[in-house]
Design a protein around this ligand. Structure first.
Ligand SMILES: [Ca+2]
Ligand SMILES: [Ca+2]
Length: 336
């Protein structure tokens, strides 16, 4: 799986590239690597533990990190962890949080990296979690998420939080949290179309439509020169064809959907497309012209919902054919 190859080094360069079209990102977590000086509590400056009612927590900096030291959280009870910082929410900013974690414990143990939203008085309001990691996932796992804090009503502060649920031990390391101005434009109907949400090395919400028998197909988050942010999607294989699709949305009759996305390939060809479905059954598709070459190229597909009047869902998808390796970023689903 690609997740173990995903490094952090190229990430900042990617944000700098993005900065050519938008303002530079702001670093919001001073010591997400847990290798810096500690306060009297034994934790990085600004960090503090919390525990749900009837739960308890012990947090410490330990030597066996992914790089140098790590934060170890040992929890008992439903929910306990460490808030790492508290940052005032700025209007029209997107916040991205990523990090590595591994977890040990019983089958019900889960470890979470998340953003918590607090009122101005510090009371808890809401959260935006990455997909939890369980003890079944062996070794360090990469997770990443993004959110737009000023869309959370009443929220004044945003906080990077690591937590253990159900009792157990979890190690956290190499956390990064940045904010950058939200790009103007229409809202994206496609969740995780920027591929910045990562679950154990996989782009959250995206999956293969089928697993070809003749050869393995790789669908993974990739930090190889994303067009924007930290990550893009990588789809590779040597098969007749392979399709990665995202979360489907309602196919509203009369609505004209537009899918835009950026693709590049090291070999073979790649297209973006719409799939039309009803109750999970494939009815048809509309595909873009093929893209090949290492430069990011924009593609656009316009829906043909009227050709499939029985369709109830429409899904954005990416397809490769033959011996191909492709990267996708900034998939945008809107309607006209
Ligand atoms: Ca570290
Ligand atoms: Ca991206």
């Amino acid at each position: 799986m690609d997740s173990h190859n995903l490094g952090m080094r190229s990430g900042f360069a990617a944000w700098l590239c993005a900065a050519l079209v938008a303002a530079a990102p702001v670093e919001l977590l001073p010591d997400g690597g847990f290798d810096g000086p500690l306060s009297d509590t034994g934790l990085p400056v600004g960090a503090g533990t919390f525990a749900a009612k009837d739960a308890s927590v012990k947090a410490s900096i330990v030597p066996d990190g992914r790089t140098g030291k790590a934060l170890l959280v040992e929890g008992q009870g439903a929910h306990a962890g460490v808030g790492l910082n508290r940052v005032p929410i700025q209007p029209r900013q997107q916040v991205a949080l990523r990090g590595w974690l591994k977890v040990e414990g019983s089958a019900g143990t889960r470890a979470v990296v998340k953003l918590d939203y607090l009122r101005a008085d510090g009371s808890w309001l809401a959260m935006s979690p990455a997909e939890p990691v369980t003890p079944k996932q062996i070794g360090w796992q990469l997770v990443a998420l993004t959110d737009v804090p000023d869309t959370v009503a009443e929220a004044a502060l945003v906080c990077a939080v690591v937590a253990v649920e159900g009792g157990g031990k979890a190690w956290f390391d190499d956390l990064e949290m940045v904010s950058h101005p939200l790009e103007p434009g229409l809202p994206n109907l496609l969740q995780n179309g920027d591929f910045e949400s990562v679950t154990a090395g996989q782009p959250r919400g995206f999956g293969l439509s089928w697993k070809p028998r003749e050869a393995p197909v790789v669908l993974a988050s990739s930090d190889q020169d994303p067009r924007n942010g930290w990550y893009c999607l990588r789809l590779a294989g040597n098969v007749n064809y392979a399709v990665a699709y995202g979360p489907a949305v309602l196919a509203v009759p009369g609505r004209h959907y537009v899918l835009k996305g950026f693709c590049r390939t090291s070999k073979g060809r790649c297209r973006i497309k719409f799939d039309y479905t009803r109750d999970g059954t494939f009815l048809g598709q509309t595909v873009s012209p093929p893209v090949s070459g290492m430069e990011w190229q924009e593609q656009t597909v316009r829906s043909e919902v009227e050709r499939f009047p029985e369709a109830t869902r429409i899904a954005a998808a990416v397809v490769i054919e033959g011996d191909a390796e492709a990267w996708l970023d900034d998939l945008m689903l809107t309607f006209e």
